[in-house]
Write a new protein. Structure first.
Length: 265
């Protein structure tokens, strides 16, 4: 890594500056948060309102909860990247290397320090990819363990990957999916933890059934019975929502594990 006042001189003439539109990231995080709150509230309202008794109601609740989860992930990822990059984030491609500037970081690396290049995707295929910048990803891995990531929200983003591939013929080419193979054990552990959480929730409901409790009306002296819930409705809602989230997460972990096993080494 090169830093200091001589960095720009050492890395040669400027070939291109690629600014990152972090204002769009904040806008993305804002509308995703609105969607997450609205869909989560509607899903909880439908669940507590008794709509889960019908097949259509259960399907609608599942869709709303899934939408809530996706929107929450988008909110978190876009906000974290915007905070990390700052207001004036950019990547400079220079004759002899690359420079990255973020909120608390300004550093450069020569091309011979690039050990691996991850290029995933190309031009965005639909509007959502263009807004989120997920249609294209290029990650430069350096010998000192540092990385520079460029996505679709950087200006002329594909030029960074093209230049790096041309200037670093000996760097390892990656697809961005290798983590599914390298983290197979963790993926299985995550799926097992999610399934264990689901079983624990079911066992809790089974071991806390509703019961009838006898009472005597002090005014009339007449005895009667009333239903005592083993688990309050709010608790049931939390367990059901948590179970659905864990089920989706377990499916994602297992899918990634299977895909990782199929990747060539």
């Amino acid at each position: 890594m090169i830093d200091g006042k001589d960095m720009f001189t050492d890395l040669g003439p400027l070939l291109g500056r690629h600014r990152v539109d972090n204002r769009k990231r904040w806008a993305n995080a804002g509308w995703a948060l609105v969607i997450a709150v609205a869909s989560g509230w509607l899903g909880l309202w439908a669940l507590l309102g008794g709509d889960a008794d019908s097949a259509g109601g259960r399907k609608a609740i599942g869709v709303l909860l899934g939408l809530t989860l996706v929107a929450a992930i988008i909110t978190a990822s876009q906000a974290v990247r915007a905070l990390r990059g700052g207001r004036d984030e950019f990547v400079e491609v220079r004759e002899h290397g690359v420079v990255y500037a973020g909120r608390r970081r300004l550093a450069g690396w020569s091309w011979d320090r690039v050990t691996a290049i991850t290029v995933k995707g190309g031009e965005a295929r639909h509007a959502l990819q263009r807004h989120l910048g997920t249609g294209y990803t290029c990650v430069l891995h350096f010998a000192d363990g540092e990385r520079v990531r460029v996505d679709g929200l950087a200006a002329d983003h594909t030029a960074v990957g093209r230049t790096a591939l041309a200037r670093c013929p000996d760097a390892k080419r990656l697809t961005g999916e290798e983590w599914q193979r390298d983290r197979g054990g963790w993926l299985l552990a995550g799926a097992a933890a999610c399934l264990a959480a689901i079983v624990a929730g079911i066992l809790y409901l089974v071991t806390h059934p509703d019961s009838e409790e006898r009472y005597i009306d002090p005014a009339t002296g007449i005895s009667g019975e009333h239903l005592v819930h083993g688990v309050p409705e709010a608790g049931i809602a939390v367990i059901v929502i948590g179970g659905l989230v864990c089920l989706c997460a377990a499916g994602g972990f297992l899918t990634s594990y299977v895909r990782g096993r199929r990747l060539p080494r």
